[in-house]
Design a protein around this ligand. Structure first.
Ligand SMILES: *Cc1c(COP(=O)(O)O)cnc(C)c1O
Length: 352
């Protein structure tokens, strides 16, 4: 607090990201990064972009990347918006599309940036409780609202909502924008991108940070009908004309075009996830069925906080949220198969 701060800044509660430790000797299962390297083709393309052209500004429209994403999803480039990580895309959605008279609705347990952005942009919001099994019940969102946002699969629960439930809700909720944050959709879900042509109020957001191993590059995008995309462009062009640098556009295009590598890495994660689920179930954990690159688990006898601290002493970091309803759960990112095996070995020593 300072007398020089604006009243708004005094009221903010900024997002706290998971720890990024400075040492390399840790098994890092706390921030849902992909344990595998990005596509080698993408890395090579970015190395090639380290040249004299860096003296020039990048394309403010990111037209090549828009065309690449439009191609991938068989859409028009005017239906694509690109930002510096999906966090920035989300922020622009809050400001451009989700601030209205009625409150914005989102789950009580979900990505914590939603409440952070609501406060930043002074948007009134109402949190809707997940069911006891942690599923999102969209029937509970059939209320007067100025917008709806949820992650599918949800985070940190990992639970997937069927595409039919989303479409049913869109048929009912026609008067406000519905944002579906699909940060984890490539790990086994069905994307709502296929609904965009039929629902003028739907925005689907994805990222290259998780399934494409490019968290360090900061590339995210939104898919929607052109007039919603226009709203995002208006905010972006009132804020930063060049959110995408020359490396990120080049690297993102190469990564998206490397279908084979992408598929193989996703399959590896999914296989390790299923293996880890079975192993943890065998040592007394209950596990929410996950369609993401993480598991949300609780142990039948040991408190989550104790397990997290003990794992940390064994150089393994997982995420524990000290928050009502989920304070006895751990969110564990799927590492390489070898990391998953080390985790199981460490847990075996803890839970005996
Ligand atoms: C990781 C994550 C994001 C942010 O992704 P970036 O593209 O790295 O900003 C957005 N939403 C959810 C639910 C996430 O888990």
């Amino acid at each position: 607090m300072s007398r020089f701060w604006s009243a708004l800044v005094n009221q903010l509660t900024p997002y706290v990201p998971g720890e990024q430790p400075k040492t390399d000797n840790l098994i890092k299962l706390n921030t849902n990064e992909n344990p595998y390297a990005p596509s080698p083709v993408a890395i090579k393309a970015m190395q090639g972009a380290a040249n004299a052209k860096l003296r020039l500004y990048p394309d403010p429209e990111s037209a090549d990347l828009k065309a690449c994403i439009a191609d991938y999803y068989e859409l028009k480039p005017q239906q694509v918006f690109i930002g510096n990580g999906s966090d920035e895309v989300l922020a622009h959605c809050f400001q451009a599309l989700l601030k209205h008279e009625q409150p914005l609705l989102f789950p009580d347990i979900t990505y914590s940036f939603y409440s952070v952005y609501s406060r930043l942009y002074q948007i009134e919001y109402q949190q809707i409780a997940l069911a006891d099994d942690f599923s999102i019940c969209l029937d509970d969102y059939k209320l007067p609202n100025g917008g709806v946002i949820f992650a599918n699969p949800n985070a940190p629960t990992g639970k997937l909502l069927a595409l039919e439930s989303i479409e049913n809700f869109l048929q009912h909720n026609t008067q406000s924008v519905v944002v579906v944050d699909e940060a984890y959709i490539d790990f086994g879900g069905q994307s709502a991108v296929t609904l965009v042509d039929r629902y003028p109020n739907l925005v689907v957001i994805q990222t290259l940070s998780k399934s494409r191993s490019l968290a360090g590059l900061r590339v995210g995008f939104a898919i929607a009908q052109a007039d919603l995309i226009d709203a995002l462009e208006r905010v972006k062009n009132s804020f930063n004309s060049y959110p995408m640098d020359r490396f990120s556009t080049t690297g993102a295009i190469a990564a998206i075009n490397d279908h084979e590598y992408f598929g193989a890495q996703c399959d590896k994660i999914i296989n390790s996830r299923e293996w880890l689920t079975a192993q943890l179930a065998g040592i007394g954990f209950s596990i929410i069925p996950s369609k993401t690159n993480f598991l949300f688990v609780s142990h039948k006898t040991l408190p989550a906080g104790h397990i997290a601290t003990t794992l940390r002493d064994k150089n393994i970091i997982v995420r524990h949220f000290n928050q009502p309803r989920i304070d006895n759960y751990l969110r564990i990112t799927i590492g390489t198969q070898q990391e998953c095996e080390s985790l199981v070995a460490a847990l075996n020593e803890i839970v005996i």
